[in-house]
Design a protein around this ligand. Structure first.
Ligand code: DP6
Length: 350
């Protein structure tokens, strides 16, 4: 048992709470986990400014435990089953959680199935709602412990969600490079150790392929258990933290680009080396990557990419004076590789 153990003395009542939580995009990737959502390696992500989930949660005290969920007004029974299972799993930490009925309404500010991690923002927002209820039922807790517990609870819903509870650059997983880092919750990367160039960045997501992924992240993580390259990969993620720490401090954009693209390609290489193998990139993904590399060679401008577990390409570039030329190139040359001219424009400013 740990500091997140719930207070057994609670007093429940009907309540409505709401919360909003952004999505995030990892630079050093979480891919592979152990029992109880313990990550196999540390990861770090940017929390996005605009892509968010807004959640309204109604709690009906003393009714039989059940969960109903609505996504953009439409009932989602599968999601409700997932949440019921999740709530049963976190009873030790919120002892009142199975003592009522829930109606949960969520909306994303970005297109559904766009490949933007809605499980991260979704579980982040649910964890915030739950901690608001907990304060109503069990009494006020200190703000920093509340934020930590939100991150802890979000992790148990979806690993990457725990990083969405903080702004800026956020670390999840124990690493000697970041003080206070933990496998149980995320922490903010120290702001004073980040060069200004990394505090004003764009992330434009090209929607190469909308729709369900052929292999879910959860299955993908599971396949790392038998991947012959897994141990080396986990070790490399640790090594990349040491390299990234120096890059972030000095503002070394060229090595940032190299490291971030390498992490993205490693993630997808791991998928290809799984048994059974799978590939989530599409033709458009590869066409865009090649065009980015040619553009960088020809212009020297800092446009680069990362990928999460899907076909879409996150285009990263600093929010400086060159960004107009980069945006023009994206519109003229890259949009044609998306399904419906789909692009979600986000940014990180902190
Ligand atoms: C490729 O957090 O979606 O986006 O913990 O099983 O819910 P579960 O997986 P999830 O995995 C995301 C993996 C990733 C990389 C990352 O965000 O670090």
């Amino acid at each position: 048992m740990n500091e997140f153990q719930g207070n057994p003395n609670f007093n429940i009542s009907n309540q409505t709470v709401s919360a909003s939580c952004p999505s995030n995009i990892a630079l050093i990737k979480y891919w592979g986990k152990y029992e109880n959502q313990i990550p196999a390696n540390p990861s770090i992500s940017y929390t996005l400014n605009h892509c968010k989930t807004n959640t309204f949660m109604e709690f009906f005290a003393d009714e039989e435990f059940s969960v109903q969920t609505y996504l953009a007004g439409n009932e989602e029974k599968k999601f409700a089953e997932k949440i019921e299972k999740y709530f049963k799993n976190i009873e030790d930490f919120l002892p009142w959680i199975l003592k009522g009925k829930y109606i949960i309404r969520t909306e994303n500010t970005f297109p559904h199935s766009s490949g933007i991690a809605s499980s991260a923002s979704g579980f982040g927002a649910i964890a915030k709602c739950l901690m608001d209820l907990d304060e109503q039922f069990s009494g006020k807790i200190a703000d920093d412990l509340k934020a930590k517990k939100e991150s802890f609870l979000a992790r148990l819903g979806s690993g990457s969600a725990c990083r969405s509870l903080y702004n800026g650059l956020v670390v999840w997983g124990k690493t000697d490079e970041v003080e206070g880092s933990s496998d149980l919750y995320a922490v903010q990367y120290p702001n004073e150790e980040i060069h200004p160039i990394f505090k004003n960045f764009n992330d434009w997501v090209l929607l190469i392929h909308e729709g369900e992924k052929s292999v879910s992240s959860t299955v993908g993580h599971g396949l790392m258990k038998t991947n012959p390259y897994a141990e080396r990969r986990f070790q490399e993620a640790h090594e990349n933290f040491t390299i990234l720490k120096e890059i972030l401090k000095t503002g070394d954009l060229q090595n940032f680009i190299k490291l971030v693209e390498h992490e993205a390609l490693t993630l997808h290489a791991m998928m290809m080396m799984s048994e059974p193998a799978f590939i989530l990139m599409k033709t458009g993904t590869l066409e865009v990557i090649n065009k980015i590399w040619n553009f960088r060679k020809e212009t020297g401008l800092a446009l680069f990419f990362t990928l999460d577990a899907g076909a879409n390409v996150h285009l990263l570039f600093p929010g400086d004076s060159d960004s107009d030329k980069i945006k023009e190139f994206i519109v003229k040359e890259l949009l044609q590789h998306t399904q419906n001219n789909g692009v979600v424009k986000d940014e990180m400013n902190f």
